[in-house]
Design a protein around this ligand. Structure first.
Ligand code: TEU
Ligand code: CA
Length: 560
């Protein structure tokens, strides 16, 4: 049986509020600005909005460092603005999920201020404090944002753990008081009527309590503590407790962001009998163009690697769990620049990439601007960049003697600010994002890439996304059909079928800018064919046993 669920049939749209729309001219996106654009999202046809953090924050990591879970960030507006947003979202039949960031808080959170104040403060054990070892950090773990994962605190002469920035101290989930405080906060938001959570690095919350040293890669200063905190010893116990005490009491959706999760582990997190989460964001496909040195160690993508990775996730979670489907988010470079062509074939390759993803089994996520075919940005100076991950890495590598131009190139390819330049609404000043000075410069290509132009152009990327989303509502096979890869060894074509009862969907994509030839495998028989969507003109009278596939061409047929 199909195990029908609303969150399996939905398309989610991610908003990074700081860069979405500024309503009061301070150059920073805000809640009122989002309300102004809800009709645009209704037109696109998305069902759920995932809001990146809007809680009070010093914005060391743009809201992923929370200083008060029950207050709205000053720059974004007031709690009344948030209540209005939720009302307006629900009035349009949309749903709203919030970003749950509970692996760490801001160092300005009252919990941390108390915890650091003295060794015997009742909240001391809400975080990870350790005395130094041999005059240095308690272990050799490195921070995701460069440097050690520990910072020495004068007040009590001990170090505190932060897997991310020093202003993001890790909460100690071993402590039941911490867990109960988080569950209370979650209920407080759920009682307001939200429709679920995206959970930030949720598979990092269980650490091996001894915090043992990690392996130190050649030439690195700090170890990879990851084996001691990724999918840690009590993670499933904590998530089952969270599900039992909070999540199971609401009709909501949950998606856990899980760097380092593999497909077997994902079955344990998302299995319907597991009572943990509905789905996860995995990173396997997002690491296929990184070398052994991590994201900044650039490596060209091999299409067959991508086909094998995505197919593994489609097949292993089939009937056992559920996939999230994404190319983009606020941490990733924009896909049309990364794996498409943001020059001559920008529109066509953006449509191909969207078609390839949206016809798979899982819940698709559209990241703000992706539906416009927005591209990466190439600021020519580090001074235009804002992201702490980028700035810390730049400073560290320049200090290590790296060539600043080489570092800037890596930032152009993989930097998170690629996804954080303001949304391009029209071709007026600052692309209509703000009447003031934007907190980060707008991508100079906004004159030709903007929503106003896209809405008027029936062949725009926007209208292609709108059609893909509409198809998902019209054809259950897109949600519930079985996925099977075809032409597995073809290194230019990504093609697969979906099967539901007597119906078949045939999805054919040329992943590159050179013409190639598609040959339908013998075993696929059909009497009727219907072209559901394409990104190029197609002669419907033409047979599909064998035909030329033009640069970045994508087609979806319904066969019966
Ligand atoms: O990201 C988790 C994470 O590991 C990312 O930092 C990602 O792997 C890396 O940035 C790739 O470049 C979450 C949030 O999505 C991210 O924005 C936060 O910075 C991070 O957690 C800390 O909250
Ligand atoms: Ca504003």
């Amino acid at each position: 049986q199909l195990q029908k669920k609303w969150w399996k049939e939905s398309v989610v749209y991610q908003i990074y509020p700081r860069s979405f729309n500024d309503s009061n001219g301070d150059g920073i996106g805000d809640l009122q600005g989002i309300i102004e654009k809800l009709d645009y999202l209704s037109l696109l046809g998305v069902d759920v909005i995932w809001l990146s953090p809007v809680y009070r924050s010093p914005n060391d990591d743009n809201g992923y460092d929370i200083s008060d879970y029950r207050a709205i960030m000053d720059e974004f507006g007031t709690m009344e603005d948030w209540e209005t947003l939720l009302k307006e979202v629900h009035a349009r039949g949309l749903k709203l999920i919030m970003d749950l960031v509970v692996n760490h808080t801001s160092d300005e959170h009252s919990w941390f201020l108390e915890s650091r104040s003295s060794k015997d403060n009742p909240r001391r054990k809400w975080y990870w404090w350790r005395p130094g070892v041999d005059g240095g950090e308690p272990n050799n773990w490195g921070s995701v944002f460069s440097g050690p994962a520990w910072t020495f605190d004068e007040t009590t002469g001990e170090y505190y753990l932060h897997l991310f920035s020093r202003k993001q101290p890790d909460l100690n989930w071993e402590n039941p008081e911490v867990r109960e405080a988080i569950y209370d906060m979650m209920r407080w938001w759920l009682e307001k009527g939200i429709d679920g959570f995206r959970m930030d690095v949720i598979n990092f919350i269980s650490k091996v309590p001894e915090l043992p040293d990690g392996f130190v890669p050649e030439g690195e200063k700090y170890g990879l503590g990851a084996p001691s905190f990724m999918n840690g010893p009590r993670i499933h116990e904590f998530l089952r407790e969270m599900n039992r005490k909070v999540l199971s009491n609401y009709d909501i959706m949950t998606v856990g962001e899980m760097p380092g999760v593999d497909v077997e582990e994902a079955v344990r997190y998302t299995g319907k009998d597991r009572e943990e989460l509905n789905m996860v964001f995995q990173f396997e496909h997002m690491e296929l163009d990184s070398g052994s040195g991590g994201k900044w160690d650039l490596r060209p993508l091999k299409l067959t690697d991508l086909k094998q990775s995505l197919t593994r996730w489609q097949k292993e979670l089939e009937g056992r769990g559920w996939n999230s489907l994404y190319w983009n988010n606020h941490d990733q470079p924009r896909i049309v620049s990364r794996w498409g062509d943001d020059g001559k074939y920008r529109v066509k390759s953006a449509k191909m990439l969207a078609t390839l993803l949206h016809m798979m089994q899982g819940t698709p996520y559209v990241y703000q601007g992706e539906e416009l075919g927005m591209t990466n940005v190439r600021f020519n100076s580090i001074d235009h960049y804002r992201d702490i991950e980028t700035l810390n890495m730049y400073r560290e590598k320049v200090a290590d003697g790296w060539d600043p131009k080489a570092i800037l190139h890596a930032i152009h390819v993989k930097g998170r600010d690629n996804a954080r330049t303001p949304i391009q609404w029209n071709d007026s000043d600052h692309a209509g994002f703000t009447d003031g000075t934007p907190w980060i410069p707008v991508n100079p290509n906004f004159h030709e890439i903007n929503a106003e132009q896209a809405l008027k152009d029936p062949d725009s990327v926007f209208h292609h996304y709108r059609k893909l989303i509409a198809l998902r509502k019209e054809h259950p096979i897109i949600v519930y059909g079985t996925y099977d890869l075809i032409l597995p060894d073809h290194d230019r074509i990504f093609a697969y079928t979906r099967t539901l009862g007597r119906e078949k969907l045939l999805v054919v994509c040329n992943f590159y800018g050179e013409e190639t030839r598609f040959c339908l495998p013998e075993e696929i028989r059909y009497r009727e064919k219907e072209l559901l969507i394409a990104n190029d003109k197609v002669d419907e009278a033409e047979g599909i046993r064998s035909f030329p596939l033009r640069p970045y061409e994508a087609r979806v047929y319904k066969l019966s």
